[in-house]
Write a protein that binds this ligand. Structure first.
Ligand SMILES: O=C(O)[C@H](O)[C@@H](O)[C@H](O)[C@H](O)COP(=O)(O)O
Length: 226
């Protein structure tokens, strides 16, 4: 029955993705001193991050950052920073160097310049960007109902401050421009609802309706399980 198969399929998917990402990082680490890995928050990546953390790599040469973040304290339950520290920066990956998308500023507008400068100083193009997607077709914090969506899709800054009526907390997000500065991009999704959203995204072209469309090119590797 599907209900009993689903967790296994999701675990297998997470492991497959972790192995692909590890191979990619290792390949780039054989040619350059430092590599950048961009991961997403949310709930889907948890088993992937845990699986990746258990793979032996020269992690001390890996810079990890996030596709986006909620502007909350780093010990808040909703913090992606905390999520990455809990699920990725453990086991072998405890040696990686994590770069937060938040600072002490009052909000993302005030903090974005410093964060952008720090993140831009990492090694680009990133080796790997792992994106997630919401049921509304957002990725990172590029939300369809956000006033900052055009900036997120078109600006050549590294990060933008973002707000959207559909989400309660202010956000900071890497821009499309920065996320596309990557050698490999993966989209990690689970569930039938997201499969339907992805199919709708593939069937049209308005990036403002479903922002994930701005990332759907031939080089995006899709990792989906029921
Ligand atoms: O929540 C976040 O931190 C990310 O901003 C977001 O883009 C995420 O990848 C999607 O919302 C999917 O989230 P789930 O994996 O929780 O469905």
């Amino acid at each position: 029955m599907k209900t009993t198969e689903t967790p296994d399929e999701r675990s297998r998917l997470a492991l497959d993705l972790a192995r692909s990402v590890a191979v990619a990082l290792e390949e780039d680490l054989s040619r350059q001193q430092r590599v950048t890995l961009v991961v997403s928050g949310g709930s889907t990546p948890k088993p992937f991050l845990q699986a990746l953390s258990a793979i032996e790599l020269p992690w001390s040469r890996v810079d990890v950052t996030l596709a986006d973040e909620r502007w909350v304290a780093i010990d808040d339950d909703d913090s992606n920073d905390r999520f990455v520290r809990t699920h990725l920066l453990i086991n072998h990956a405890a040696q990686a160097c994590f770069h937060s998308l938040v600072n002490d500023a009052a909000g993302p507008e005030e903090g974005a310049a410093e964060v952008g400068e720090r993140i831009a100083a990492l090694s680009w193009p990133a080796s790997v960007v792992v994106l997630g997607m919401g049921g509304d077709g957002h990725t990172a914090s590029l939300f369809p109902d956000s006033e900052q969506l055009s900036a997120g899709l078109e600006s050549d800054e590294t990060v933008i401050a973002a707000h959207a009526p559909s989400v309660s907390q202010p956000r900071i997000s890497l821009t499309r421009h920065r996320l596309m500065q990557s050698r490999r991009r993966y989209l990690h999704l689970t569930g039938e609802d997201k499969k339907r959203t992805l199919a709708a995204a593939m069937a049209g072209s308005d990036v403002h309706e479903l922002p994930i469309r701005a990332f759907l090119d031939a080089s995006l590797a899709l990792y989906w399980a029921p």
